[in-house]
Design a binder for this molecule. Sequence first.
Ligand code: ADP
Ligand code: MG
Length: 420
Amino acid sequence: MAYQPLDVNTSIDYVQNRPALKSILPPQGKLVAEEVGDGNLNLVFIIENQLNPEQSAVLKQALPYLRVAGDSWPLTRERMRFETQALLKQNELAPGLVPKVYDYDEEMSLVVMEYLGKHEIMRKPLVARKHFPLFTDHISTFLANTLFFTSDLYLTGVEKKELQAKFINPHLCKIQEDFVFTNPYMDSPENKWNPEIDAEVQAVRKNAELKIALAEMKKSYMTNGQALIHSDLHTGSIMLNEHDTRVIDPEFAFYGPMGFDVGAVLENLVLNYLSHYAHTPDFEQRTHYQAYLLDIVCNVWNEFARKFETLWKENNRGELAPNKYWDFPDGQTAFAKYRERYIQSVFHDTVGHGGAKMLRRMMGIVSIWDITSIEDLKKRAVCERLAIQIGSRWVLERRQINSVEQMVEIVREETKDVEI
Ligand code: ADP
Ligand code: MG
């Protein structure tokens, strides 16, 4: 079928004619479609059989432009290939932590996947101060498995480069390169910020040390093809409930630095922490939930690092540092030291990329709902100034920060006298 953007009617005709979907959405069922794409890039339809609500799917289709910027911003539809390939790979490496893939149509630039009807996008329940007892375990497994098993620590040099070749994703990379690392910190027409923080935004733009450090983080993103990363792993790409966690929307996937994914998770939790200065006026309630969030930040990193190292010890089949290479008297000690250094370097990237992404949310093309839902611009500015302070320090001090507890200590220091 030649490419055409679907709507709530044509999407039903479409799925009824796809052999792969016969058992998921039976053609004799009473199918209804709803467009729910609150996203910035694509069309997303939920399609359900009214006769049997268990039979459902999500159809996601790329438009030939960037939705958030209107049709004046062309963007390759090939992104659905990257999304599908990444979902398939992540299903293999982290089963149960991503939606299942039911069908893919290259010409139509669409993927049909499992409908997560019992899950919520993480931002909203975090603003509502909900607890997710299994989140840390789930997300740290997702990160450890997807990053370790696609790296040179597990794959041979040839295997890794063959996989990498399938994920050369230049146009989506360019979006992150421009919108995370460069444009927010200079004059660029798409930038948006709260007028209350104009002085802080201008100060970032002329902070020489920070600009150098951000360019260093951009170089890491552009050149460090360390593992297959999700590359947009904010809390708007996580759908969950008390029992189950799924990572969605991997259209930006490519071979990049591991710390970009881990940093995205931690940074979004800290932005949510800051948003509670406005969302949760009650001091007790606020401090209680904020402490919970900082615990998650620490636990996610610590669990990720522990699981990653265990995977490495048990599956050192890659060619970067094979077991035989450590076969000498002090070899095991040296191997342990190498693992520690490697993970430490992922940590420094996590801090730096987390900081860069926190900054860009305050002054670039897309903010986040946790913050934009604060209607009082003065209160919002209190949170945003803190984010700029913390993000800047994470970027600038990333090499001196050696533990996640220190990373969190910076959050505590910067927020110790907040008045709102
Ligand atoms: P975009 O890439 O355009 O940002 P997303 O993949 O983030 O699109 O999806 C947009 C929205 O659609 C999500 O925020 C979520 O509300 C909904 N959505 C996406 N995938 C699913 C799914 N598998 N199940 C249920 N809802 C989904
Ligand atoms: Mg997306």
